[in-house]
Design a protein around this ligand. Structure first.
Ligand code: GFB
Length: 308
């Protein structure tokens, strides 16, 4: 990928796409094609086809997706399946037709089996049943991984996919109904502190464990893979460390400085008990995360809540 290569980032306003754009700009890349969802509806086959015919990008980062936390995945099941399948079918197929040099598709660690042995190696994909709360999203993302693999095998494309763990960072979603746990807890504890509330409600039992990666680390990893990796294995990208939701809640409570109680609402789902990624493959390819969880959360809290 040259500094002047024509790079299309699908989903450049989202948390992942905006991090990739920031990182590439920092590294001196200059030639971007960027369209927001009002300018180009990626679920529309004809519009995506004419966009690719006109622009003919060299490289594609496919970060556009319908995403959300456990409740959003469980509620908007049809939309998560339909919109993700449409977006990725259109972008991957047009990338093949218009001879894109290389495409990178963002999958997700929730597409591994619910009761996978831990840490999860890349070849555990499709060895067991999925977590029911996010099955539609996972089925769509598995289809995307398999499209990349199949287009490589049948048409000789160079399409790769990456399997990020749970992410956080700038441009996250703070809507309490649709967000992931980390931004949700930052907001809940922050607002409770401002309002001097006696307690904060946290979902589930606190027992599940999750691995969290700062999205700037993911952006660096994906550009590293774009430059140094070709193959059909969807490469895990994480830190190799996880934390229970209970300990995460305690950590965020102390970073925010909330003095009240945590109340557990176990009528909300826990989801997968654990999904810790085995990161030996990406480390053998020369990449390791840089941002530790506590530092990352402190930075996000400062930027999103204290400096507005
Ligand atoms: O982050 P989260 O929604 O995603 O939830 P998943 C992680 C854990 O945190 C669950 C608990 O056990 C939640 O019950 N939790 C506690 C909360 N309090 C809260 C809260 O206020 N908000 C939220 N959202 N959770 C998603 C998948 O699963 O992970 C998606 O549904 C996607 O498909 C994403 O892959 C990365 O890790 O459970």
């Amino acid at each position: 990928m040259k500094l002047s290569s024509k790079i299309y980032i699908a989903g450049h306003n989202g948390m992942v796409g905006s991090a990739v754009l920031r990182y590439l700009k920092q590294k001196g890349y200059t030639n971007f094609i960027l369209k927001d969802s009002k300018e180009l509806d990626l679920t529309d086959q004809l519009k995506v086809a004419s966009f690719f015919e006109k622009e003919k990008p060299d490289y594609v980062f496919l970060a556009a997706a319908k995403v959300g936390g456990i409740e959003a995945n469980n509620t908007f099941r049809a939309q998560f399946l339909y919109e993700n399948l449409m977006i990725q079918n259109n972008v991957i197929h047009q990338s093949y037709l218009q001879k894109v040099k290389k495409l990178l598709f963002f999958a997700s660690s929730c597409i591994y089996p619910k009761f996978s042995p831990q840490p999860i190696k890349e070849d555990y994909l499709l060895t067991g049943l999925l977590e029911p709360t996010n099955e539609p999203y996972a089925i769509a993302k598995i289809a995307g991984v398999k499209m990349c693999e199949s287009y490589n095998k049948q048409y000789g494309c160079d399409f790769i996919s990456v399997m990020p763990t749970n992410l956080y960072g700038p441009n996250d979603n703070y809507d309490l109904k649709t967000s992931h746990v980390l931004p949700a807890l930052l907001r809940k504890f922050h607002e409770a502190k401002l309002q001097s509330s006696p307690s904060v409600e946290v979902w589930g039992t606190g027992m599940p464990k999750r691995e969290f990666l700062h999205v700037d680390d993911l952006a660096e990893a994906s550009v590293h893979l774009m430059k140094n990796y070709t193959g059909n294995v969807s490469v895990n990208v994480g830190t190799g460390e996880d934390i229970s939701i209970k300990n995460l809640a305690e950590l965020i409570k102390s970073i925010v400085g909330f003095k009240g109680e945590i109340v557990w609402n176990d009528s909300k789902p826990d989801g997968t008990p654990r999904k810790l990624l085995d990161v030996s493959l990406i480390q053998s390819l020369g990449w390791k995360h840089k941002i530790e969880l506590e530092d990352g959360i402190k930075a996000v809290y400062k930027n999103e809540f204290l400096e507005q």
